[in-house]
Ligand binder design. Structure first.
Ligand SMILES: [Zn+2]
Length: 382
């Protein structure tokens, strides 16, 4: 039985989205943790005392947690901007940016990330500030091994439950490897960081743009950084049709993923594969409530976005994702990090941020029924 079967009778979008998310969550967590046991958690530990940090790391890893230890906040913030964690445990007294400042920055970069703050000097001020900053926990040193493990387990489980509760299911559809990542990489990272279940469908393996196997590996690596499930179809590069095979390929993934939100190509694009992917997606996604079109480097002057998603906290990771497509770098100047960054900088003039990704809005029905829940309508769009 697939996800589609289990949610077909759902009366509300909430039920359907949760049904899809439950499965997606496991896959997403696993991918984001680089193959670690999906039941354990990935913890970022920040303590400027190497010996104490090493002790805490050993206590936590002995119970199956994957732990990254950083000695300062700057290093920790870089980690948060470039990888997925289930819990941040930080000392408050740190050189440079202290633990409370790190907490605030972490909240911006990874809104759903639970945080526990450690201190050897308890004071009411600290506790009040930490709570106002919605720190999940406030831990007093010395922390016992059993106490630390219990807290970590509780916080990670609570964080996962909170993310699952408000979860959206998102599908991004591109013609070739790197299309989705360039057009919506920051937005997908934001969805993923917010706990949404993200899937990427790439219709062709891009044989004309390099070795197929290598491009498939690059696509998987990029999806892992985003924390997305990857569906890689095998339509002919440069010959993607707008009809049957492309609609069927997209329809199969829609039925499995049950997205509430779809991102895909714009029709305002000089590349025929991009236009045909757009047209096929419009048919296959006819029941999806929210459909948006990203900008490709081959977009025409008629590309006319009206939705702008701030991606300031995700630009570092987006560039890392784009950088994965190594077989294209050097021969494709549209992958130039400076172009990616300055394009995002340009679109931010229409919203309240420094970097943004633009989208044309096809449909924006927030409370539409989940896609694919009803049976296929053979007369519609074929
Ligand atoms: Zn493309």
């Amino acid at each position: 039985m697939g996800v589609g079967d289990s949610v077909e009778g759902s009366a509300s979008q909430g039920g359907a989205v949760q049904g899809g998310a439950a499965q997606g969550g496991a896959a997403q967590g696993c991918a984001a943790q680089g193959g670690a046991n999906e039941d354990s958690g990935r913890i970022l530990l920040v303590d400027d005392d190497p010996a104490l940090g090493e002790y805490l790391r050993r206590v936590l890893t002995s119970r199956g947690f994957e732990v990254v230890h950083e000695l300062d906040s700057e290093g920790a913030l870089q980690r948060i901007m470039t990888a997925h964690f289930d819990l941040l445990i930080s000392d408050i007294e740190l050189p440079g940016m202290n633990g409370l400042e790190l907490l605030e920055r972490a909240r911006q970069a990874a809104p759903g990330l639970p945080v526990a703050l450690l201190t050897g000097h308890p004071s009411v001020d600290y506790a009040v500030t930490a709570l106002r900053g919605s720190a999940a926990e406030f831990l007093l040193k010395p922390v016992s091994a059993t106490g630390l493990i219990a807290k970590a387990t509780t916080l990670i489980e609570a964080g996962r439950a909170a993310r699952a509760a408000g979860r959206e299911t998102v599908l991004a559809i591109g013609a070739h490897p790197d299309d989705v990542e360039i057009g919506a990489g920051g937005t997908l990272l934001a969805h993923s960081a917010g706990g949404d279940s993200v899937a990427i469908l790439t219709l062709s393996r891009g044989a004309r743009g390099g070795d197929q196997g290598q491009r498939a590996r690059e696509s998987q690596e990029a999806a892992d950084i985003i924390g997305a499930r990857l569906y890689l179809d095998d339509l002919d590069d440069t010959c993607i049709p707008e009809g049957g095979p492309a609609i069927d390929a997209i329809g199969r993934v829609i039925a499995e993923v049950q997205p509430g939100i779809v991102y895909t190509h714009s029709v305002h694009d000089v590349h025929q594969d991009h236009r045909n992917t757009h047209r096929a997606a419009m048919v296959a996604c006819r029941r999806v409530g929210r459909v948006y079109c990203f900008q490709s480097p081959s977009a025409t002057i008629d590309y006319h976005p009206t939705r702008f998603v701030p991606v300031d906290s995700y630009m570092g990771r987006k560039l890392k994702v784009i950088g994965v497509f190594g077989s294209q770098a050097g021969i494709r100047d549209y992958l130039d990090p400076d172009l990616i960054t300055s394009t995002a900088r340009y679109w931010a003039r229409y919203c309240d941020s420094v970097h943004a990704e633009p989208f044309e809005v096809i449909r924006d029905r927030s409370h539409a029924p989940a896609a694919g829940a009803a049976g296929a309508d053979p007369e519609e769009g074929r």
